[in-house]
Design a protein around this ligand. Structure first.
Ligand code: FAD
Length: 480
């Protein structure tokens, strides 16, 4: 028994939703495209799960956050897929893939064949057991990667109102969950081994601002140590966590956010892997011509850094998916993926954006008291990364544009003095005819290559206004 499709998307997350929309825009015919996903629902904006989904009042629920609302595009409900003749095979795990024969085998025993496969399997949350700690199965130990996890977390959260939560991990899942739990009036302690939160991105100075802000909301920090074991009651519920420093914290709820691992196992030994992901070229094509990979699972060449990277952020999932579909459907027209890494987070009333790379020397700027501050990263005499908290849409666009231009910087003290004005000035300077993709923005839109300088200028203005609208719209809702 089997079915055959021209295009199959394996995975039904963020990248799958954006790829589906792009397939329809590029003229896919009804019956040609199939999406197979282990999740029982159509693709949705995963970032909503740690933000709007956990709010105590008017929480976000499906269908409100199906893709592609996060980039202010159409909301693709199950009805939309039906109307476009796209087969959604939900609640179905693919258990093996034979890329030579172009066939997949599902856990239900069905064989599905394809001409072109788009891998969008994302990543899974790392489990405590992988670090030698047992207890993940306890009903009040929660992870947060998919809708089932989020529903589980909401249930436990509701049953422990005013109780104690311990959040393990100081990355963005830990930080966003800690904020949401505090908003739900739960006593939160955040535990992580590093010296400060968001250690992979924040400088000590930036981290200090957020830690103090969290503390003002009642969140406690236990740093420089790790969880070693749990205490359980007779029903198997966790009652406390034991830390390596010898201390014990009471716990009605534990949230674990200790990192993710890309879902590559189906392709090991069949496709080239790199940086923990599936290696692709600038068209998102893997080592097999008929197979493309996008989103968290893909390791792609980032032109700006001159090296292959695997990113774990929603903007990269959206744009890499669109780029792969363009490369599949219009191979002659599509160029190499030229992407400026971008990620963001929103907690409490705070909101930050980061563009580029945080290597080299960090130069801080801005006013921490007013809540608008940031940092530039300078490597080999050029600006390579920018972070901004509390900016306006013009300011976020300016740091994005400035970072993509990699301007030379000679005097770091002067840069710190200029602060945001540096990016605002650089971004307003007329640029030589732009190569492509001026939309390193929150909009998720990519413009076609302009042929003349005039078109380039018009493109900048158009992209800026689209990005402006998108930013305003996104910020107004602030739910995913
Ligand atoms: P996913 O969205 O993870 O989708 C993968 C899909 O593949 C899933 O549906 C999965 O079930 C399916 N799948 C995997 N294996 C199989 C199989 N064998 N058979 C069938 N189906 C399979 N990024 C930001 O930039 N900013 C944020 O604020 C932010 N917040 C986040 C909050 C949360 C709670 C989470 C979990 C992530 C957040 N991210 C954020 C990261 C962002 O959501 C991811 O980068 C993005 O979802 C990656 O998209 P993807 O399509 O590659 O993978």
């Amino acid at each position: 028994m089997g079915r055959a499709f021209v295009y199959v998307i394996l995975g039904g997350g963020v990248a799958a939703g954006y790829a589906a929309l792009e397939f329809t825009r590029k003229g896919v015919s009804p019956g040609e495209l199939c999406i197979i996903s282990e999740e029982p629902v159509a693709p949705y904006e995963r970032p909503a799960l740690s933000k709007g989904f956990l709010l105590p009042e008017s929480p976000a629920r499906l269908p409100s956050f199906h893709t592609c609302v996060g980039a202010n595009e159409e909301r693709l409900t199950p009805k939309w897929y039906k109307e476009h003749g796209i087969e959604l095979v939900l609640g179905t795990r693919v258990k093996s893939v034979d890329v030579r024969r172009k066939k997949l085998l599902t856990a239900t025993g069905e064989t599905i064949s394809y001409k072109i496969l788009l891998i969008a399997t994302g990543a899974r949350a790392l489990k405590l057991e992988e670090f030698g700690v047992d207890g993940s199965e306890a009903e009040n130990v929660c992870y947060l990667r998919d809708l089932a996890d989020a529903n589980g977390l909401v249930n436990v959260m509701q049953s422990c109102s005013s109780g104690n939560a311990v959040v393990i991990g100081g990355g963005y899942i830990g930080m966003e969950c800690a904020a949401s739990l505090a908003i739900n009036k739960i006593n939160v302690t955040l535990v992580f081994p590093e010296v400060h939160c968001m250690a992979r991105l924040f400088t000590p100075k930036i981290a200090n601002y957020y830690e103090e802000y969290y503390q003002s909301k009642g969140v406690k920090f236990v740093k420089g140590t790790v969880l070693t074991s749990f205490e359980f009651d007779s029903s198997g519920k966790v009652t406390a966590v034991n830390l390596r420093d010898g201390s014990q914290l009471p716990a009605d709820l534990v949230v674990v956010g200790i990192g993710i691992r890309p879902n590559t196992s189906l392709f090991e030994g069949q496709l080239t892997l790199e940086k923990g992901g599936i290696k692709v070229n600038g068209k998102m094509q893997t080592s097999n011509d008929s197979v493309y990979a996008v989103g968290d699972v893909a390791a792609f060449p980032v032109k700006l850094f001159g090296e292959t990277r695997r990113l774990e952020h929603v903007d990269s999932a959206r744009k890499s998916a669109k780029h792969a579909v363009a490369a599949i459907m219009e191979p002659k027209k599509s160029g190499e993926f030229d992407y400026l890494p971008f990620f963001y987070s929103r907690v409490f009333g705070l909101s930050w954006q980061f563009y580029g790379d945080n290597v080299g020397e960090a130069v801080h700027f801005g006013d921490y008291l007013s809540g608008t501050f940031g940092a530039y990263w300078i490597s080999k005499g050029h600006l390579v990364g920018s972070f901004l908290e509390g900016g306006t849409k013009e300011e976020y666009e300016a740091i994005a544009k400035a970072t993509s231009l990699k301007p030379p910087v000679e005097d770091l003290a002067e840069l710190g003095q200029q602060g945001l004005n540096f990016a605002l000035t650089i971004s307003k300077k007329p640029q030589p005819a732009l190569p492509i993709e001026v939309s390193h923005s929150t909009s998720g839109l990519v413009l076609e290559k302009p042929m003349y300088a005039w078109y380039a200028a018009a493109g900048v203005v158009l992209a800026a206004s689209i990005a402006g609208f998108a930013y305003w719209y996104g910020r107004r809702r602030r739910r995913w």
